[in-house]
Design a protein around this ligand. Structure first.
Ligand code: HEC
Length: 134
């Protein structure tokens, strides 16, 4: 290869695609402190209404009405928006959903300021549980 710029470009492109692959497969490590959190509102059926309302306002634009990952903003994101109706999502503990929902990472926003009340947060977690396929 005559032009060293070509070599550089190829190296750069390979590094970028590797980084991209790693980004796509990035496991989401939830700290033990959160994994073991107890949901104090686990049996509150009135959670459904509040959870649903909060979900519509804050989450459905990306996650979609039924949580299928098909909200209007989803296509514009670099990360895949997960499907809440699947077993792999639903088998996680409440504390894991809590961490991912309110602390977030990358394109999944942090909601600690927008949803400050503990009860509201857990009601949202409860609502996500209703999105599983029967
Ligand atoms: C701007 C778009 C956007 C909004 C708004 C949004 N999310 Fe997300 N969410 C994402 C993306 C993208 C991911 C995947 C992030 C990743 O893997 O890095 C994600 C991931 C998640 C996950 C982890 C899913 C899994 O497979 O473990 C949960 C839980 C979640 N979101 C809950 C919520 C809740 C609850 C709300 C509303 C309070 C919300 N999200 C609002 C984009 C969004």
């Amino acid at each position: 290869m005559k032009n060293p710029i070509n070599v550089l470009l190829i190296l750069l492109l390979s590094a970028l695609s590797l980084a991209w692959i790693e980004y796509q497969a990035k496991p989401w490590k939830v700290p033990d402190k959160y994994v073991n959190l107890k949901n104090p509102y686990v049996n509150k059926t009135d959670a459904k209404f509040v959870g649903k309302t909060l979900y519509k306002v804050h989450c459905s634009s990306c996650h979609g009405k039924q949580g299928l990952g098909d909200g209007v903003k989803a296509k514009r994101l670099k990360s895949a928006v997960p499907n809440f109706s699947l077993q792999d999502f639903q088998k996680q503990k409440d504390g894991e959903l809590y961490f991912k929902s309110f602390i977030g990472r990358d394109e999944m926003p942090n909601f600690e300021k927008k949803i400050p009340k503990e009860e509201d947060r857990w009601q949202l977690v409860n609502y996500m549980r209703t999105l599983k396929k029967e």
